[in-house]
Design a protein around this ligand. Structure first.
Ligand SMILES: Nc1ncnc2c1ncn2[C@@H]1O[C@H](COP(=O)(O)OP(=O)(O)OP(=O)(O)O)[C@@H](O)[C@H]1O
Ligand SMILES: [Mg+2]
Length: 253
């Protein structure tokens, strides 16, 4: 059996901001249909790496290849085509407060020039159904709980039926039950809609539940990669400390 090409490939990626060398030669890939989790301490470069996957940052050096095409040198017009295959849920949810839930979710469709209002409405309602928020399209973001806002952000990320969804800390600030419901949605998107998921999270409980594979970033480099079980069994003090340290933080807070 021939192995399918990865949906995203990163080759010797470096990123600098002024004197700060944030990514220091990252080489990795995301397989089609998998749920990949990016772990690592704060400031290790996780969000920066994720932003390269959709060309929101362009490499200092190295390559980012999406569906076989090098996006490192693409202009905005070419990038917007690539981005159609990718949905992104940002670290802070980032809903537009002056738009209704429905308008927020429709935004990526209108941005790329979709004009058919009936089709836009159909897609918005379908996305709200998937995230288990039917009938909420007329609400304003301020009227929603934190967990509901996250689910609206997720509905917006999937409205254009991307092949791959990137999530920057989807569990942050949620109680465990609401966090679990996000995990169920992520699993459902993978299983029933064939989506590839790339997730940054500090929630180890979720990692063991949803991740096929884990990449651990440290100081801008890949420190370790493997399955969640391999991580537990690794005996690596740094990884075990991270698993337990994060668990301790959760207990204390
Ligand atoms: N646009 C930017 N301009 C300048 N510096 C940046 C920019 N984006 C990120 N950085 C710096 O790069 C480093 C890595 O940031 P990044 O956001 O990737 O961390 P992270 O691993 O996502 O951390 P956290 O878990 O806290 O979200 C940080 O020191 C940050 O200040
Ligand atoms: Mg981050």
């Amino acid at each position: 059996m021939t192995k399918e090409a990865p949906i995203i490939e990163v080759r010797d990626l470096h990123q600098r901001f002024g004197d700060q060398h944030v990514l220091r030669g990252v080489t990795t890939h995301v397989n089609k249909g998998e749920t990949l989790v990016l772990l690592g301490g704060s400031g290790g470069g996780k969000s920066v790496l994720l932003k390269h996957f959709i060309g929101l940052l362009s490499p200092y050096s190295g390559q980012v290849i999406v569906n076989g095409e090098d996006i490192s040198e693409m202009n905005e017009r070419q990038l917007s085509k690539v981005r159609q295959a990718m949905g992104m849920m940002f670290q802070n949810g980032a809903l537009f407060d002056f738009m209704t839930v429905g308008q927020n979710i429709a935004f990526p469709l209108r941005e790329r020039g979709m004009k058919d209002e009936a089709e836009i409405e159909r897609r918005v309602l379908e996305s709200l159904d998937i995230v288990k928020l039917p009938g909420q399209e007329g609400k304003m973001p301020a009227e929603l709980s934190g967990g509901m806002r996250k689910r609206v952000a997720l509905a917006r990320a999937i409205v254009d039926r991307p092949e791959c969804v990137l999530y920057d800390e989807p569990h942050a600030g949620l109680d465990p039950i609401t966090g679990d419901s996000i995990d169920h949605l992520i699993r459902d998107l993978q299983k029933n809609h064939g989506m590839t998921n790339v997730i940054i999270t500090h929630e180890m409980r979720s990692v063991f539940r949803i991740a096929d594979r884990v990449i651990f970033l440290k100081l801008g480099q890949i420190y370790w990669e493997g399955t969640p079980q391999e991580m537990k069994d690794s005996g690596d003090p740094e990884l075990l400390d991270f698993i337990e340290g994060v668990a301790r933080e959760v207990v204390i807070s």
